[in-house]
Design a protein around this ligand. Structure first.
Ligand code: NAD
Length: 481
């Protein structure tokens, strides 16, 4: 049985409650973990609170050394962590490995920033003679990191790497279905020499563990990634204690294919962008708008790619797409597909559960492409969190942009065109937080700030801009009258 990590030590739940972690490809029991209640969550918060002053006062170069050592240990265990991630989450082993490597790189990136003196404030000239002002950056305090199940490791790193590098302490809460790889990484980071209490992990329901993290006054910042509905609740509740919040929420990213696009490149990128992680990505391509001049070619190529994808359990080395993570997630996708078909949509690829061996015990669903979907269908309004792709024909770029913006979400987007001016003008008009030209979300760049607009949330992860979200500024005046 895996255990939680509280105050640098393995921890179980006093109630003895446990959670079973099952493999979404086979239904097999992978492991059990203790299920924390309010008591264990408070213990973790208290430990992080007690550790804060010492960690905040540790020189940034020393913090960086410790983080680098933990990252090095994690790198030595990439295969073990990736295997755990595939078994609990379902994604292909190759993708789990990339994700575990991205965790390490993200920790290293912020450790290097910390060591390089990048965590800096400023000197400000003041109007009073003899006085000068400083803006000093200080860590915020205890950070609660609340993480979903779709990319447990990269989304963990996005929070703990900047938080720890800048001198905060952390209580991390993975989703109840994907705690194993997170626990292992937290163990390894602790073995790297983090003082006890600096990085803790507790496992349990959002309604109990997450709520305690949001309401406990010792937690000063919540870094949350998850559904828009949950994010709204988190924000409302964090407001009563005036906590800092970063909210990385749902998305319904549009891809626009112009009449002059490289059709092959666009079709390939769109298929990868939609079906990666079985479509369960915030930044997946979820709506496609194609100029009528190239529409027939694009739908034919995307549908052909969907049909060619090797859907297999993630542990199979030739798997390109694994099962969906939960039965409920698959049912939601089936409901959204049925709604579209009932309204007259045309099915171009997929549309069914996979049957027979090795599929019957898992939550597999075919990569699915539809077109001629009426504008009032659910797939245009809701987030489609699975392998379902609607493609619409548009008459002009203006129409494509208008439809792309007609969404409550504003996370990512992409545009395919050979005309750089057209690309710039399109990107400029899209209400989103991230945009790709002639590609989709294949690499999350550590160097570039990432975050959404509208109901996709606010605040940034990645980039040096994260300094603003994991430190507070204090103004200091010296001299003068
Ligand atoms: P979710 O909102 O159900 O859960 C996310 C986390 O919040 C989990 O750890 C959960 O236990 C916790 N939680 C749930 N209810 C809570 C509550 N009342 N109080 C405190 N914590 C609570 O989301 P999910 O289904 O796990 O994740 C999928 C969603 O995440 C999708 O909408 C996806 O687009 C979004 N997402 C966004 C980004 C991004 O960077 N914008 C990245 C990945 C996923």
């Amino acid at each position: 049985m895996s255990t939680m990590v509280i105050d640098g030590k393995p921890a179980s739940a006093r109630s003895g409650a446990t959670l079973e972690i099952h493999d979404p490809a086979t239904g097999e029991l992978v492991d059990t973990v203790p299920q924390a209640g309010v008591e264990e969550t408070r213990q973790a918060i208290d430990a992080a609170h007690a550790a804060f002053r010492g960690w905040a006062d540790t020189p940034p170069q020393k913090r960086a050394q410790i983080l680098m050592k933990g990252a090095g240990l994690a790198r030595q265990h990439i295969d073990e962590v990736a295997s755990l991630l595939t078994r609990e989450q379902g994604k292909p082993l190759r993708d789990s490995k990339i994700e575990a490597e991205r965790f390490v790189e993200n920790i290293e990136y912020y450790a290097m920033l910390s060591a390089s003196g990048a965590i800096r404030g400023k000197h400000v000239q003041l109007s009073v003679p003899g006085a000068f002002g400083l803006v000093v950056r200080r860590p915020i305090g205890v950070v609660g990191a609340i993480i979903p199940w779709n990319f447990p490791l990269t989304l963990l790193a996005n929070k703990i790497a900047p938080a720890l590098a800048m001198g905060n302490t952390v209580v991390a809460k993975p989703a109840s279905t994907t705690p194993l790889s997170t626990i292992r990484l937290v163990e390894l980071m602790n073995q790297g020499g983090l003082p006890p209490g600096v990085l803790n992990v507790v496992v349990g329901p959002g309604a109990v563990v997450g709520q305690e993290m949001i309401k406990n006054p010792k937690v000063r910042k919540i870094g949350f990634t998850g559904e828009t509905q949950t994010g709204k609740q988190v924000m409302a509740e964090a407001a009563s204690d005036l906590k800092h919040v970063t909210l990385e929420l749902g998305g319904s990213d549009p891809a626009i294919v112009c009449d002059d696009a490289d059709i092959e490149q666009a079709s390939k990128a769109i298929a990868i962008g939609r079906f990666f992680n079985a479509g369960q990505a915030c930044l997946a391509v979820k709506r496609v708008f194609v100029h009528e001049a190239v529409f027939d070619q694009v739908i034919e190529k995307v549908a052909a790619r969907a049909k060619r994808l090797k859907v297999l359990p993630g542990a199979d080395p030739s798997s390109q797409m694994g099962p969906m993570h939960t039965a409920g997630g698959r049912e939601t996708i089936e409901g959204q597909l049925k709604d579209a078909l009932d309204r007259g949509a045309r099915l171009l690829a997929g549309g069914n559960r996979l049957k027979g061996e090795p599929f019957d015990r898992g939550y597999f669903f075919e990569p699915t492409v539809i077109t001629e979907v009426p504008p009032d269908a659910r797939v245009w309004r809701e987030e489609t969190f699975g392998p379902l792709l609607p493609i619409a024909r548009v008459k002009s770029l203006d129409e494509a942009i208008e439809r792309a913006n007609d969404s409550e979400f504003g996370l990512g987007s992409s545009v395919f065109t050979r005309d750089i001016k057209k690309a710039q003008q399109t990107i400029d008009r899209l209400d989103v937080g991230y945009a790709w030209i002639n590609q989709v979300n294949l690499v999350a760049y550590d160097e570039l700030p990432f975050g959404g607009t509208k109901h996709s949330g606010f605040g940034k992860e990645h980039g040096i801009e994260v300094l603003d979200f994991y430190t507070e500024e204090k103004s200091v005046v010296m001299g003068g009258v």
